[in-house]
Design a protein around this ligand. Structure first.
Ligand code: SF4
Length: 462
């Protein structure tokens, strides 16, 4: 199953091209003519190349940086509207045979208890998540062919989709597992997953080797070419990401955009999402040992990714503080996790620390929904694209043309209504109702749908 020798070199990430890109960015960081022409191109909302984006990231002219941030916000609003999609991670198992230096699940960690959830425990976890109001999950587990084989994951996906607790229903299961073979990706596609997510961690191959000294994940090419295998197997929604703070962030930024460009060129579909995790403390892991990046650099990275790849969904997790999340929501983030627990089995019971990273935003889902409403966003539990087959190229066409925001705004309101009816606290419900009323003026179809939800109809496919 884990044939780590079966890959071809991931030549689409070229070390020399990244170095050239960084040189070009350094040379042009104060060149107003070049920066203005890149900004003008970016205003067309068709994206810009990794070289152009690297110049914007490097730009040190404060008035141009203000333009870059304003443009990122504008693109975000025009393509994604005000909605923010909410999801939660669900950790199935922390068994892992790899030795990633930044992750407490590494095989040498003999202190952390190892847990793999039974199907019964998964049912309890999902019921607890449904009790909060979640509709969309990201399944997470370490790489271990003996303890976490693909069949375990497939059974778990079926279990998650099968739990119907009260009005609850998980409608989209995204999966974040180690790089694997095409056959396994085909099985995941047939199991009905939403997005296949795999973080590159670092695109710098030498750094990658030292951070992953042992285990199947130590093969840089195999890991880097995983999305190609997933897409060849028919998974058309894939999620990229790097662990910012592990290597020179400018290098990672260029590598990430080159990866997105490669997928678009090779498959006609770029990444469905880009995540921007930053390294955080966890049991036995001290983030400061790896360098790290400031909040200001982090915000600039988000803005420049949004400008470079306007169509992609962007994700920030509860690793980040409330203040930081608020800032990057404005600059490009379209999806956030909320009410998360990163312990294996942590939603139904919280007996031991098996957390992959410590979270900063510890608020409940209800508090997060209310916070988003207060910030004038529309919290969305919508999964309609996936359920209606608007994935891959179909989704990209809508997203690139800016028409996704029309559909999503409507769907977001309906799912917010559903959340308000079934799960919200009294004050969140009131705020959600006020928001929905404000949006209602010319949307007769929506009025009808909302009445149906109020009358208990949960068969509307969102
Ligand atoms: S990052 Fe993933 S592969 Fe590496 S030790 Fe952690 S769980 Fe295992």
């Amino acid at each position: 199953m884990y044939n780590v020798n079966s890959n071809v070199p991931a030549e689409f990430i070229s070390h020399s091209e990244i170095l050239e890109t960084l040189k070009y960015a350094e040379q042009n960081k104060g060149n107003i003519f070049v920066i203005d022409s890149i900004i003008a191109k970016a205003r067309l909302k068709k994206g810009i190349s990794h070289r152009e984006a690297a110049v914007l990231l490097e730009c040190e002219i404060s008035e141009k940086n203000a333009e870059i941030f304003a443009l990122a916000s504008k693109i975000k609003r025009e393509i994604y509207g005000d909605r923010i999609v909410i999801f939660a991670p669900l950790y199935l198992s922390n068994y892992c045979v790899n030795s990633c230096l930044y992750c407490p699940y590494h095989v040498q960690n003999k202190i952390m208890p190892r847990i793999r959830l039974s199907q019964e425990q998964i049912r309890s976890e999902v019921a607890a998540l449904q009790e909060m109001g979640h509709k969309r999950l990201a399944l997470e587990m370490g790489e271990d062919p003996v303890n976490n084989p693909i069949d375990y994951l497939l059974e778990s996906i079926e279990t998650v989709y099968g739990v119907k607790h009260k009005n609850g229903d998980i409608r989209r299961v995204n999966v974040n597992i180690a790089a694997t073979e095409e056959d396994d990706y085909r099985k995941l596609r047939n199991a009905g997953i939403g997005t296949y997510i795999l973080f590159q961690e670092t695109y710098h191959s030498e750094s990658y080797k030292s951070l992953h000294p042992k285990g199947p994940k130590s093969n840089y090419d195999y890991h880097t070419s995983a999305m190609d295998r997933a897409m060849r197997a028919g998974i058309d929604d894939v999620g990229l990401g790097v662990l910012f703070g592990l290597e020179l962030y400018r290098y990672e930024f260029a590598g990430l955009l080159m990866h997105a460009e490669h997928l678009e060129a090779a498959f006609g579909v770029g990444p469905h999402t880009i995540s921007v995790p930053r390294i955080k403390d966890a049991g036995g892991i001290n983030a400061r040992d790896f360098g790290g990046i400031s909040d200001e650099v982090f915000a600039k990275l988000v803005a420049c990714i949004r400008i470079a790849v306007p169509y992609t969904g962007m994700i920030v997790s509860t690793r980040e503080s409330v203040a930081c999340r608020e800032r990057v929501l404005e600059l490009g983030i379209s999806q956030i996790s909320g009410g998360s627990n990163t312990n294996v089995g942590g939603y139904a019971s919280n007996e031991s620390d098996t957390s992959q990273f410590y979270i900063d935003d510890t608020r409940t889902l209800d508090e997060i929904v209310d916070w988003l409403i207060g910030l004038k966003y529309v919290p969305s539990f919508c999964t309609a694209c996936y359920r209606e087959g608007r994935t891959g190229e179909r989704f990209m066409k809508l997203s690139k043309s800016g028409r996704i925001s029309d559909r999503c705004s409507l769907n977001a309101l309906i799912t917010l209504k559903e959340y308000a009816e079934d799960y919200a606290s009294r004050s969140t419900k009131r705020h959600a109702e006020e928001l929905i009323q404000r949006e209602l003026s010319d949307k007769a179809v929506l009025v009808d749908y909302l009445k149906r939800v109020e009358n208990g109809d949960r068969d509307i496919r969102f």
